[in-house]
Design a protein around this ligand. Structure first.
Ligand SMILES: Cc1ncc(COP(=O)(O)O)c(C=O)c1O
Length: 403
């Protein structure tokens, strides 16, 4: 029996009735782009995040690019970010004319390392050709919030801006002295993707920027709509990057379920951690004060390729996020990085394996996946030991994982 990596159809079944009703209304009103559905979604998602404004846009890439543009980031500026992410993070920076500066990740969380950011900013603080503007752009990778308190403190010290790539972290939270805060509500502007496979995903392309500042909201709203300030007046050249009503209707229905679905993901993550503890794979970390929404459940092991093969043979979906860090992507060659520049990110790329994770996954499916991983680890370690014993690989203590 197949075990799916993600199961979007199962999630659709839970929202079908409501979406059918909303779609009938949209077809009647023919307000397909923008309009009341989009506005309602923007308000509901803003309330969910605890921010003043959400601006619906065409994709997560649009959201990142427009957030940076609205902050006047462009040619001559530097955006310090992680190489362990999807290409869109760097693409959006490059599309503004700014330069992405990669620094290494934290080996435990796989997120942007505050220490590496500090080291870069200290080295480049007073040099000639100091960039006009510096932005720190963390990614909440796999659904785990980046170290925002530390990164915000560094930004303040060095006069940098912070923009969050929250495209994988809808609903994730960080504990702060003011209480728990959602990822995407902890910086000047944050970007979300509603690509169908995301924790909050549409039935097509979609994205959003979250901000508190009124002027930023106005500028992003204009930039997403050809720089429009009134029907036939355009203040600047913008983009066609608008969210459509059908996506908004689906997103509104899914938003109602998001906390429940994320809770389910956290339960499944906990089950994976219990079943895989001690088998030699590195389990995802969830530091105290951080709540991941497990967009992906990623284990790390040198035996990644053997496990992947075993899973695929048993018809179990899996993936690699991401096999090539951005500093080694052909499209980023012009930046001049080379292999070995970011050893931690490169190690993640060589060892990461994403196991099935979605709210409709069952505990018995988790059992089956874990059994294949454990069996393969055992087989591989006995092969490695020359077949003398079914020796266990180095044991990992079970981390705090899931809730
Ligand atoms: C970390 C990250 N950033 C940006 C994006 C871009 O989002 P979109 O595909 O909606 O443009 C994605 C989507 O996969 C992502 O995972």
């Amino acid at each position: 029996m197949q075990i799916k990596f993600v199961d979007l159809a199962a999630m659709n079944d839970e929202i079908r009735e409501r979406v059918d009703r909303e779609l009938a209304e949209i077809h009647k009103n023919t307000a397909y782009i923008g309009g009341p559905q989009v506005e309602a979604f923007e308000n509901e998602f803003a309330e969910f995040l605890g921010v003043r404004h959400v601006i619906g846009v065409g994709s997560g890439t649009d959201a990142l690019r427009l957030a940076l543009m609205a902050l006047d980031v462009g040619a001559g500026d530097e955006v310090v970010t992680t190489p362990m992410t999807f290409i869109a993070t760097a693409a959006s920076i490059i599309q503004t004319g700014a330069k992405p500066v990669f620094v290494d990740v934290d080996p435990e969380t796989c997120n942007l390392s505050p220490r590496a950011v500090r080291r870069y900013l200290e080295t480049h603080r007073n040099g000639n050709g100091k960039p006009h503007k510096t932005v720190i752009l963390p990614v909440h990778l796999y659904g785990l919030p980046a170290a925002m308190p530390e990164l915000n403190a560094i930004a303040q010290e060095f006069g940098a801006l912070v923009v969050e790539d929250a495209c994988q972290a809808h609903g994730a939270r960080i504990e702060t002295p003011a209480g728990w805060i959602r990822a995407g509500a902890i910086s000047s502007a944050s970007a979300f993707s509603f690509y169908p496979g995301k924790n909050l995903g549409g039935w097509g392309e979609g994205g959003a920027v979250a901000v508190d500042d009124d002027e930023l909201k106005a500028r992003i709203s204009s930039l997403r709509d050809h720089g429009r300030i009134s029907h036939y007046a355009h203040e600047e050249i913008g983009y066609n990057a608008r969210l459509d009503a059908i996506q908004a209707a689906v997103l509104r229905a899914k938003l109602e379920k998001l906390d429940q679905w994320n809770g389910r993901r956290r339960k499944l993550a906990k089950a994976y951690c219990e079943r895989l503890a001690g088998c030699g794979v590195k389990l995802p970390a969830e530091p105290t004060g951080y709540e991941s929404v497990y967009h992906l459940f990623v284990i790390r092991t040198e035996k990644r390729d053997a496990i992947r093969q075993a899973l695929l043979e048993k018809n179990i979906g899996c993936g690699i996020h991401y096999p090539l860090p951005l500093h080694l992507q052909p499209a980023c060659r012009y930046l001049g990085y080379k292999s070995g520049n970011f050893p931690e990110a490169e190690r993640v790329a060589d060892t990461a394996l994403s196991l099935p994770m979605h709210p409709a996954l069952t505990l018995s499916e988790v059992d089956r996946v874990a059994e294949v991983v454990r069996d393969t680890m055992k087989k591989e370690s006995s092969l490695f030991a020359g077949g003398h014993s079914a020796n266990t690989a180095a044991c990992e203590p079970p981390p705090t994982c899931g809730g």
